[in-house]
Design a protein around this ligand. Structure first.
Ligand SMILES: Nc1nc2c(ncn2[C@@H]2O[C@H](COP(=O)(O)OP(=O)(O)OP(=O)(O)O)[C@@H](O)[C@H]2O)c(=O)[nH]1
Ligand SMILES: [Mg+2]
Length: 401
């Protein structure tokens, strides 16, 4: 699963990304700092099953700290989006391609209103971030619209002549964006679009269709970034009034805390509502000042930096993600090397035992026979829906089974 970090230029997308992944990326106070996408690994914190099962685990793909599993997930940070991007302005629509595989989007806005619609610096509070929100989503929709419109007349005419199915055609055209046939059916149903005569759809209807499809296939939340600045508070309130899910974020503060924690200067875990300075004597005056600001402007005001919360909400809220523990021995909870609960995988809500087999290894899926629930010992079929924190053994005739 992949989450994309999107937004207009200079709002702090790369800072958010760096704070979530601790990857060194370019951050600067001007638009189009990022050109090529940054891909990295962030972690979701979930309650491990080790305590409940009474075992000491030996994790491989994810650390276990005090019974909390830090499960890896992929994040991509892309270039900023400006008005006209879908038709080639700014860095054009190349980077929209970098978002094709994203399952959900974290839409970063500059809540302080200190950057204009193109990301240039303006006095704090002088720009309304709600405008950016509409612009970015419109560009995304226009890009999808462009993909469909390329051969709309010809394709729909031939569909109608051959009595082909519009849903299949549309799903095929958008398949590169992780859009499936049921997604297209659902979008059409919601909009009451006539499937038998797509050539009669107006441009406005095609746009409405892509908008609905985007909402279904790339659900998003707002990371109201730069929340530490004084002008952010009022904008966060008004962004909330739009009915959108808003997470106040202070990405710069999160980055500072995570780096300070790595260097042993503070005790802090991502998502914590506070931090403690380990040895005040080791801090330079500048470091002490920066940490005091974070305490005052972020922790006391918002109860956390919001970065981990935005990640958790994207996966567990928007995508209804599950964490599943595959094992090869369902009684000892080990893999074939005897490692206890080695891996934890994040999977989309609604995933089945067969999906888990695919995630572990294609061979396991190809020879899938059945699965076993390690808690109950019960056999499960291929289409059995997984639950959060399931521990599952896959039995397969494949080499890895
Ligand atoms: N006050 C404050 N500034 C921030 C915060 N996050 C980022 N910034 C600043 O905002 C500016 C832009 O940050 P970037 O992370 O490069 O922004 P971006 O959205 O990736 O920019 P482009 O790649 O150019 O689109 C930098 O000067 C950051 O230091 C924050 O939480 N608070
Ligand atoms: Mg950037």
């Amino acid at each position: 699963m992949l989450v994309g970090v999107v937004g207009k230029p200079n709002v702090g997308k790369s800072t958010f990304f760096a704070a979530a992944t601790l990857k060194d990326v370019q951050i600067a106070d001007y638009p189009f700092t990022t050109i090529k996408p940054n891909v990295g690994v962030a972690h979701l914190s979930v309650e491990c099953v080790c305590k409940e099962m009474g075992v000491t685990d030996s994790p491989r793909n994810s650390a276990c700290l005090d019974g909390k599993r830090l499960v890896p997930v992929k994040v991509v940070d892309v270039a900023g989006l400006v008005e006209g991007a879908a038709s080639g302005k700014g860095l054009g629509n190349q980077f929209l391609d970098d978002l094709r595989q994203a399952d959900a989007l974290i839409h970063v806005v500059d809540a302080s209103g200190s950057t204009d619609i193109e990301g240039r610096k303006v006095p704090p509070g002088s720009h309304d971030p709600a405008q950016d929100l509409d612009m970015v989503e419109r560009e995304f929709d226009l890009w999808m619209y462009g993909i469909l419109k390329r051969d709309w007349e010809k394709a729909t005419r031939s569909l109608e002549q051959t009595r082909g199915k519009a849903v299949e055609h549309l799903a095929e055209r958008l398949s590169g964006l992780s859009v499936t046939l049921p997604d297209v059916e659902e979008a059409m149903l919601r909009l009451h679009l006539r499937t038998e005569k797509p050539s009669a759809w107006t441009d406005a209807q095609i746009l409405e269709f892509v908008r609905e499809t985007r909402k279904l296939t790339k659900p998003s939340l707002l990371a109201a970034n730069k929340a530490d600045l004084p002008t952010s508070k009022a904008n966060i309130e008004s962004l909330r009034k739009t009915g959108r899910e808003v997470v106040p974020c202070a990405s710069e503060a999160e980055l500072l805390l995570r780096r300070a924690s790595e260097r042993g200067l503070v005790a802090y875990s991502p998502g914590d509502p506070g931090f403690t300075v380990k040895e005040p004597g080791r801090l330079t005056p500048a470091q002490a000042g920066a940490l005091a600001m974070v305490e005052e402007k972020v922790m006391k005001t918002y109860g956390g930096t919001g970065v981990q919360e935005a990640m958790n909400r994207a996966f567990f809220g928007l995508l209804k993600a599950l964490v599943v523990f595959p094992v090869e021995d369902e009684t000892k909870l080990t893999d074939r090397e005897g490692r206890v609960l080695p891996d934890a995988f994040v999977m989309k809500g609604g995933s089945t035992t067969l999906d888990l087999a695919r995630t572990v290894h294609t061979e396991l899926a190809e020879g899938f026979l059945y699965a076993v629930d390690a808690r109950t010992g019960k056999r499960l079929g291929a289409d059995h829906p997984l639950k959060n924190r399931d521990i599952v053994k896959i039995v397969s005739s494949g080499k890895r089974g």
